[in-house]
Ligand binder design. Structure first.
Ligand code: CIZ
Length: 301
């Protein structure tokens, strides 16, 4: 492991590269990253970082977002097959159809979406800023795609708006049921339940706190509680345990492991830097259009 790290550090210097890792990445990947966080944080870094090469340890839509924001940089996705089944639930054609049916609505797309979907939307959002973005739009009616659970979470917090929701969901978060909550609450009485809004409404509704991965980390940091049940991807436990070693963090359900996020390991990070794998190419016309919805998010948030 130390050998990989040494080589990665050497290549980073040689290539003037920076490593960005999502909170859901393996510990060994988070440990070699220069920046670790959620999509919102990482997109802001991608937009302003001075390095020539960005190695994006995450899934395809995240590396694509970095390229959209920094088209002149080399952006590498270490594992070419790291995708997002939630992002694959919606296409730009679906959005055009929805727009025809709801001509008075603005389209808000979750960052977990393709460049085509971002280009067809009015504004993009992440779980960290979804309520703020949706709430700041002048339209009463909003089309929110693709995550129906995050959509429901936003809609409950903005009762003055009317929502048309996509039908997708994250297969990892959607596995958690109220039964899991009941069992774990019985096993750990008094524990705080912190969940991601990609969980179903029946789970989110029982949580002490629901929010993005970064918001979950901040919520645990500012809480006096000592024991927490965590309803999001297992990778978040790394940051939680590192920043608060005296507290206990327990995964709400053993299935909270995203197979795509776990494809990247320290070897693939090395390989990306050594062999330029796998470069995201700039599709100029598409990316210029997609940039508008991401830039609007960055302005509004
Ligand atoms: O916003 C993100 O990065 C996602 C997909 C989850 C989260 O809350 O970090």
């Amino acid at each position: 492991m130390t050998e990989w790290r040494r080589e990665i550090d050497r290549l980073k210097k040689d290539r003037n590269a920076v490593i960005l890792a999502h909170n859901y990445q393996l510990e060994e990947v988070q440990a070699v990253a220069d920046y670790v966080g959620d999509s919102f944080y990482l997109s802001k870094i991608a937009a302003k970082v001075a390095a020539e090469v960005i190695v994006f340890c995450g899934v395809r839509f995240m590396a694509e977002t970095a390229k959209i924001l920094s088209p002149d940089k080399t952006v590498l996705l270490p594992e070419v097959a790291a995708g997002c089944p939630l992002a694959d639930t919606i296409t730009a054609q679906d959005i055009e159809r929805l727009k025809q049916q709801h001509a008075d609505a603005a389209v808000v797309c979750y960052i977990n979406s393709s460049a085509q979907v971002k280009a067809a939307s009015d504004v993009c959002c992440t779980s960290a800023n979804a309520v703020k973005i949706a709430g700041s739009l002048p339209n009463k009616k909003l089309i929110f795609v693709p995550d129906k659970n995050l959509g429901d979470y936003i809609a409950k917090r903005l009762p003055e708006k009317e929502f048309v929701l996509g039908e997708g969901c994250c297969p990892t978060h959607a596995q958690v049921t109220p039964d899991h909550v009941e069992k774990m609450r019985a096993r750990y009485p008094g524990a705080q339940l912190l969940v991601h809004p990609e969980c179903c409404p029946e789970v989110t509704g029982q949580a002490d706190f629901a929010g993005s991965t970064s918001a979950i980390i901040h919520s645990a940091e500012s809480s006096a509680a000592q024991v927490f049940l965590i309803g999001t991807e297992i990778g978040v436990l790394f940051a939680l345990k590192a920043s608060q070693p005296h507290k206990q963090f327990i995964l709400l359900h053993e299935g909270l492991v995203c197979p795509d996020m776990k494809k990247t390991n320290i070897q693939s990070v090395y390989n990306a830097l050594a062999n330029n794998c796998h470069e995201i190419m700039n599709d100029k016309a598409l990316f210029d259009k997609a940039r508008q919805s991401i830039s609007r998010m960055l302005e509004l948030a």
